[in-house]
Write a protein that binds this ligand. Structure first.
Ligand SMILES: Nc1ncnc2c1ncn2[C@@H]1O[C@H](COP(=O)(O)OP(=O)(O)OP(=O)(O)O)[C@@H](O)[C@H]1O
Length: 242
């Protein structure tokens, strides 16, 4: 686990006049679960792509434990991106080379309740199962940081609840620094240590708020709802982002 400091002085796409991101600083403490909440199109995916080193065309830098280096990234997209002609286990094996891979995969499959499905081809899985496989794949490489771009969007509510709970279980067994993008404030409150609310054009941080609800009470819908209402009352700008 590592601390990550992101500075983006300016990110402007060639075809767009105004900067998409400007004067932006974000610090992620080692092992912290941070949720980014911002309106559609404000620049969240652009930020994740810069951190993942998929986009170099910006003015700024990324520091990993105070050094200039590219963090090892686990990137979980909305689309699970599994190879349909490979089984669950084979899709995970693709990202792991070391000799301890088998026991690592066994443990991850068990935590994500996929042991019985490990030999099923990926195109036979439900969306919720595919998302669980993509989460395993990202954790399996033991990344410095996990980037998650709305990974539970379009799941029905009970499946989203189940996958969220399994993700948290996995994260608590194997703590990682996580940057998680969502439009769903309830989801953000359930998952995050810290919420970061973002403005658009250019994308900047409006507020950073720690979630005071203890982890063992996050399943309590009333506690989550009370905090959500309090946030919306205390920070009227937040409701405009959702
Ligand atoms: N390759 C590109 N070329 C030009 N403009 C782009 C490019 N990629 C993104 N943009 C623009 O940058 C802005 C931010 O896009 P981005 O996808 O990062 O937003 P987002 O916050 O992730 O949106 P959403 O929540 O809808 O996924 C948008 O106005 C988008 O049109």
């Amino acid at each position: 686990m590592v601390d990550i400091h992101v500075t983006i002085n300016n990110k402007t796409f060639a075809t767009v006049k105004a900067p998409t991101i400007a004067d932006f600083k974000l610090s992620l403490n080692s092992g912290e679960f941070v949720c980014l909440v911002g309106a559609s199109g404000c620049g969240k995916t652009t930020l994740l792509n810069i951190i993942a080193d998929l986009d170099h065309d910006y003015d700024g830098d990324i520091l990993v434990d105070k050094q200039h280096k590219i963090p090892k990234i686990g990137y979980i997209f909305q689309n699970p991106r599994l190879l349909p002609w490979r089984t669950v286990r084979e899709n995970i094996e693709l990202v792991l080379e070391d000799q301890h891979a088998a026991s690592t995969i066994d443990a991850l499959l068990e935590t994500m309740q996929l042991t019985q499905h490990q030999h099923v081809y990926a195109d036979r899985l439900s969306l919720g199962m595919s998302r669980r496989v993509s989460i395993i794949r990202a954790f399996a490489i033991n990344p410095d940081i996990l980037l998650m771009d709305e990974p539970f969007v379009s799941l029905d509510p009970p499946t989203a609840r189940q996958v969220r709970a399994l993700l948290l279980q996995l994260w608590q067994h194997r703590p990682h620094t996580v940057l998680f993008v969502t439009h769903d404030l309830r989801e953000a409150i359930i998952l995050a240590d810290k919420l970061i609310f973002l403005s658009a054009t250019p994308m900047q941080i409006i507020s950073e708020i720690s979630v005071p609800i203890p982890r063992h009470e996050r399943h309590n819908e009333q506690a989550v709802e009370t905090f959500r209402q309090q946030l919306l009352n205390d920070h009227p700008k937040i409701s405009q982002l959702l």
